[in-house]
Design a protein around this ligand. Structure first.
Ligand SMILES: *[C@@H]1O[C@H](CO)[C@@H](O)[C@H](O)[C@H]1NC(C)=O
Ligand SMILES: *[C@@H]1O[C@H](CO)[C@@H](O)[C@H](O)[C@H]1NC(C)=O
Ligand SMILES: *[C@@H]1O[C@H](CO)[C@@H](O)[C@H](O)[C@H]1NC(C)=O
Length: 836
């Protein structure tokens, strides 16, 4: 036992880590222990000593180490000292790997004598290797949704050393999510797992780097590290989150299409599809759906419809933000619509009293209107007005009601309808206005009587008119409406000369034309008046009247009537012409009348034939027959004249008569008179009449002479039977010769004289039938008859007695010589003929 044994014995006992050089004393074998990595020439043991051989002899004996095989010789023998030394550094791991025992066997060969000794070299491990991970990085992708406790196996670290020097443990740096769980393998190795102790959140930490350390049990301890890189994969664990829980927006009505109202935005912390947010309305009214749209991607809410404040002032809706897999959240959107003055006021006619009667009292309510404006605030403050020039005004009434009332009396005849324009203006800016025109018509009231176009009417109608001729047209107008203005004409019943006026004229009640009902005779009456009433058809009717004067104008419808001498053929009148009659002396006078008037009664006389044409002449207008020359003895005693009397009418009418003249001074000495005159059966009476006439004439002449004498009148008078003329009072004219109106005033058209015999400058009588000359000196008024209407005559006679005589003569004449146009004398009781 050498010193070396002792040295190596103790460490072997106490620690395996000590390089041990164990000397096995078993017979025959030398066993040494050497630590790996011992340096060259490191003395493992002393073989000489262990074998009990003198070291000096080793060289001699040619001691050498032989290997079994051709493996490397890691040790050698120092022949000088007999030490076994390391020839080459030994790497246990290279030689033996992970085998627990690593023994090299050598033979020590000695010669002389040959001796072979086995040497076993036990190689001890030292901690010369650190644990090593296979990769320099361990990567994991762990979804953030990984649950707690989930395990993730880690790569094992490898340590070439063995035993205690191999990997003994793992550790991980401190972190909040993972812990390390280390297990013992079946093969005595250890492996570690990552255990998720706290859930990951990608949104907090996307990546985690941990350093894993593997340690061995050597002294000094060695370790190896590796980085664990964990990528946290996303899980859709975040819902989108709106930036505001309530979005408020205010939007003016009538906003243009496409205007942005508000933009909502929600964010999602997740990535990819999990973080892709889309927006949509989640709770929205149907109405709002038509007005607003939301952009799916941007969250922009836009106007797509017509926003009307008047329809809705406020919209509320919910919007939802959703990520790809469908996590959603909602927010509220409140859109306040603000009013714009976009509605014109509206005028509503609530009631209308149309038409208005024209007599409606001032202030009568005609219409009720209501004005409305859908806007709000000032935009619905309405002012109402009507135009100026109408007799109406607008009275404000309760709330938005106005009444339209009259301010004046109405008159349909001046203004029959009105267009009242009502204008309503609101208080917006700019203000809006609207207007409405009410057509008002004024209803008629029968307030106007018919009005005649003239103050009075005159109608002229020619006598002998055809019945039914229209003679006059009356017009009256009534400005009222329809039947209130329809004029009907009628005659006021009255009488003309006791005959109802309707038997003379009739009236067309519609046209106002007056017709003659019958033929008029100017000689019967010349004018009359009638009242015409124009009446409207209203209820009650209004009327007015007018006087119509009808004047009948004369026509030449009467031929001259020869009063004296009596008509041809029947006349036996013979004028006595004194033989001594001188030239120019009045012989006789033809008296004729014409029932017509004016020119139609203007008579002219002509001698048509005569026995001795140069002897007598007749005054053209006087009818006086005068001698043209002195009568001589040679002139025939009997002279016949045929005289024509013609009026001045168109065409003229005429009559003829014969005048028999007897040139003699004594009636008795006319023997042929009887022959000449008595021809007919009635000659006897005629002769009586002549006798009477002559005697009366004589008496009359005498009487006149007396009167003239009394009056100291020295006028020479011809000694003729008819001196001058015969006064014929109009009383003796047929009644139809007299003026109808009697002593009334005569219209100018009728104001002319009635000529009987005029134009004789020597005539003492002038028949004047003039209404204007009806006044005579009181004592000279001739009044005949009682109340008979007749024209007055002015006669140059001084005594009524004279007239009486003349009348008597004519009375006799007319009764004896009746004529169809000259009816028998009217009753004249005072002058009844007394001739038997
Ligand atoms: C009222 O209006 C109507 C229709 O526009 C028109 O025919 C009529 O003449 C007008 N009346 C007045 C009085 O202006
Ligand atoms: C005529 O006037 C009366 C009132 O005087 C009225 O009642 C009636 O309606 C009017 N007729 C017409 C057609 O206007
Ligand atoms: C005619 O009119 C006047 C007033 O104009 C009136 O006094 C008279 O009674 C009327 N006559 C008739 C018949 O209507």
């Amino acid at each position: 036992i050498n010193r070396m044994d002792i040295i190596f014995l103790l460490p072997t006992l106490f620690s395996s880590t000590f390089i041990c050089s164990f000397i096995c004393t078993a017979r025959g074998d030398l066993i040494y222990t050497v630590r790996e990595e011992a340096k060259r020439l490191y003395v493992i043991g002393n073989v000489a000593k262990d074998l009990g051989i003198d070291a000096k002899r080793l060289s001699a004996r040619k001691a050498r180490i032989d290997t079994d095989d051709s493996t490397k010789r890691y040790c050698d023998i120092n022949l000088n000292s007999g030490n076994l030394v390391v020839a080459e550094t030994i790497d246990r791991e290279e030689l033996c790997g992970s085998r627990m025992s690593c023994i090299l066997n050598y033979e020590l060969v000695l010669e002389n004598p040959l001796e072979v000794q086995r040497i076993s070299l036990q190689i001890e491990d030292i901690n010369d290797n650190a644990p090593r991970f296979p990769n320099d990085r361990i990567t994991f992708e762990i979804r953030e949704s990984a649950v707690k406790g989930q395990r993730f196996p880690l790569d094992e670290a490898h340590d070439s050393d063995i035993g205690q020097n191999a990997v003994q443990g793992y550790s991980i740096e401190r972190n909040e999510h993972f812990v390390l769980s280390v297990h013992e393998n079946a093969e005595q190795g250890k492996h570690a797992e990552l255990v998720l102790e706290k859930e990951l959140d990608r949104e907090q930490q996307k990546e985690i780097n941990l350093i894993l350390t593997a340690t061995d049990g050597g002294t000094p301890q060695r370790s190896g590290t590796v980085v664990i890189h964990i990528s946290v994969l996303d899980a859709n664990d975040n819902s989108p989150v709106f930036s505001q829980s309530v979005y408020k927006a205010s939007l003016a009505e009538n906003a243009p299409l496409g205007a942005t109202v508000v933009t909502v935005s929600a964010s999602d912390d997740d990535v990819g599809a999990n973080g892709e947010v889309s927006y949509e309305f989640s709770r929205i009214s149907d109405k709002a759906t038509k007005l607003f749209s939301i952009d799916k991607m941007t969250g922009q809410i836009k106007v797509i419809g017509n926003i009307d404040y008047e329809e809705e002032t406020y919209y509320e809706m919910r919007v939802q933000a959703k990520d790809g897999p469908g996590l959603a959240s909602t927010a509220k959107i409140i859109i306040d619509i603000t009013d714009l003055n976009d509605n014109a006021p509206r005028i509503i006619l609530k009631s209308l009293n149309d038409p208005i009667p024209e007599n409606a009292a001032v202030g009568t309510e005609v219409a009720i209107i209501n004005v409305q404006d859908k806007d709000s605030g000032d935009n619905r403050q309405i002012r109402c007005s009507i135009q100026q020039n109408v007799p109406f005004k607008l009275n404000p009434s309760i709330k938005n009601y106005f009444s339209l009332a009259t301010t004046n009396m109405l008159d349909r005849e001046t203004e029959s309808d009105y267009n009242v324009t009502i204008t309503a203006t609101d208080g917006g800016s700019p203000p809006l206005s609207s207007s409405m025109t009410i057509h008002l018509s004024v209803a008629d009231v029968n307030d106007n009587p018919p009005v005649f176009h003239q103050k009075s009417y005159s109608a002229y109608v020619m006598e002998n008119n055809k019945p039914g001729t229209s003679i006059c047209s009356i017009r009256a107008t009534d400005p009222d409406w329809r039947q209130n203005g329809t004029v009907l004409y009628s005659l006021v019943s009255s009488e003309v000369k006791g005959v109802p006026v309707s038997s003379f004229i009739s009236m067309n009640s519609d046209t106002g034309v007056i017709h003659a009902v019958r033929s008029f005779d100017y000689e019967q009456f010349r004018k009359f008046k009638v009242q015409v009433v124009a009446r409207d058809n209203g209820s009650p009717p209004l009327s007015s009247n007018v006087t119509v004067s009808v004047f009948i104008t004369d026509e030449n419808d009467n031929s001259p009537q020869i009063l004296y001498p009596a008509l041809e053929g029947k006349s036996l009148m013979t004028e006595m012409v004194p033989k001594a009659a001188l030239s120019g002396s009045l012989v006789s006078k033809v008296i004729a009348v014409d029932a017509d008037s004016g020119q139609n009664a203007w008579l002219s006389y002509q001698i048509v034939t005569s026995t001795d044409p140069g002897l007598f002449t007749i005054g053209l207008h006087s009818g006086e027959i005068r001698a043209l020359r002195d009568i001589t003895e040679s002139d025939s005693m009997k002279q016949n004249l045929i005289i024509s009397v013609k009026d001045n009418g168109q065409p003229p009418l005429s009559a003829t008569c014969s005048v028999y003249l007897l040139i003699s001074d004594n009636l008795a000495e006319v023997p042929e008179l009887k022959d000449m005159t008595y021809e007919e059966s009635n000659s006897k009476l005629t002769s009586y009449l002549i006798i009477a006439l002559v005697s009366v004439s004589t008496f009359f002449l005498t009487f006149i002479i007396l009167i003239l004498a009394v009056r100291f009148c020295h006028r020479r008078k011809p000694r003729l039977l008819f001196d001058g003329a015969v006064a014929i009072p109009s009383m003796y004219l047929p009644p139809n010769y007299a003026e109808v109106e009697g002593a009334g005033t005569l219209c100018s058209s009728s104001n002319y004289d009635t000529y009987l015999t005029t134009g004789s400058h020597t005539s003492d009588f002038k028949f004047v039938s003039s209404y204007n000359e009806n006044t005579l000196p009181a004592n000279q008024t001739l009044k005949f008859g009682q109340n008979e209407p007749f024209g007055t005559s002015s006669v140059n006679l001084n005594r009524t007695a004279d007239a009486d005589a003349i009348i008597l003569i004519f009375h006799l004449l007319s009764s004896h010589f009746p004529h169809p146009l000259f009816p028998p004398p009217f009753p004249a009781p005072d002058f009844t003929p007394h001739i038997a």
